[in-house]
Write a protein that binds this ligand. Structure first.
Ligand code: AMP
Length: 226
């Protein structure tokens, strides 16, 4: 019993599981959904550059206003703006015991800068989870995606409608229209897909079938991570 207590105390001191994870995949592959599952399971925060930009837009900051122009067009926000928002986020104390990167890095330049930034902090990326979903699925998923204003939970009008939450509580992201999704997919293919190869050469990529049930995907990820 004494040993069990000591392990529990040590675990708490360490702040749960120390893991620096990254979720990679096309828009709509389920990165945000899985990040939210993993926050609870591992006790580490999600860092979503998309969420950080949307927060900056909501606060009408200068950075937010600059980012909005690109986001509204389905284009990537320039690397310099992206790196500055990430650098600020990493200064927060909750990232010290691990994090789940969601939607970042999206260019090889960002990946290289991230590695440099982490190495200065004595950290590194442990694993990269690649969520694999066919293109034909993406458009259907994104255009049907709705988000809860009160909880931030992600739903789909057809495949995963809310049970507890009211439909009035849901909203659709401005860039989740078919026209913009096509542009976001092009940006993914041209600029973000090479990031996967970057981490493959580092031997860090775990590929997971992203077309299964949400809970099955989470289970697969956790099984591989241990
Ligand atoms: P997301 O919420 O991850 O789908 O991101 C929404 C939009 O924010 C993207 O279409 C981009 O315009 C912008 N964005 C988010 N993360 C990044 C990033 N790491 N680099 C460049 N642009 C980003």
């Amino acid at each position: 019993l004494e040993i069990v207590w000591q392990i529990k105390i040590k675990y708490k001191e360490l702040g749960g599981v120390k893991m620096n994870l990254m979720l990679l995949g096309a828009p709509g592959a389920g990165k945000g959904t899985q990040a939210k599952e993993l926050i609870d399971k591992y006790g580490i925060p999600q860092i979503s550059t998309g969420d950080l930009f949307r927060e900056a837009i909501g606060n009408k900051t200068e950075l937010g206003m600059k980012a909005k122009e690109f986001m509204d067009n389905g284009q990537l926000v320039p690397d310099s703006l992206t790196m500055s928002i990430v650098e600020e986020r990493f200064k927060q104390p909750d990232c010290q015991n691990g994090f789940i990167l969601d939607g970042f890095p999206r260019t090889v330049f960002q990946a290289e800068e991230l590695d440099k930034m982490l190495s200065k902090m004595g950290k590194k990326i442990d694993k990269v989870v690649a969520l694999e979903v066919r293109d034909s699925e993406i458009v259907e998923r994104i255009t049907g995606r709705r988000i809860s204003k009160s909880t931030g939970k992600i739903y789909h009008i057809k495949h995963n409608p809310p049970i507890d939450e009211k439909l009035e509580d849901l909203y659709q992201r401005e860039d989740d229209t078919e026209e913009i999704v096509v542009k976001r997919l092009t940006a993914y293919k041209n600029q973000t897909a090479p990031v996967l190869d970057y981490y493959k050469t580092q031997g860090k990529v775990i590929s997971v079938d992203g077309e299964q049930e949400v809970s099955k995907i989470t289970a697969d990820i956790m099984k591989i991570l241990g």
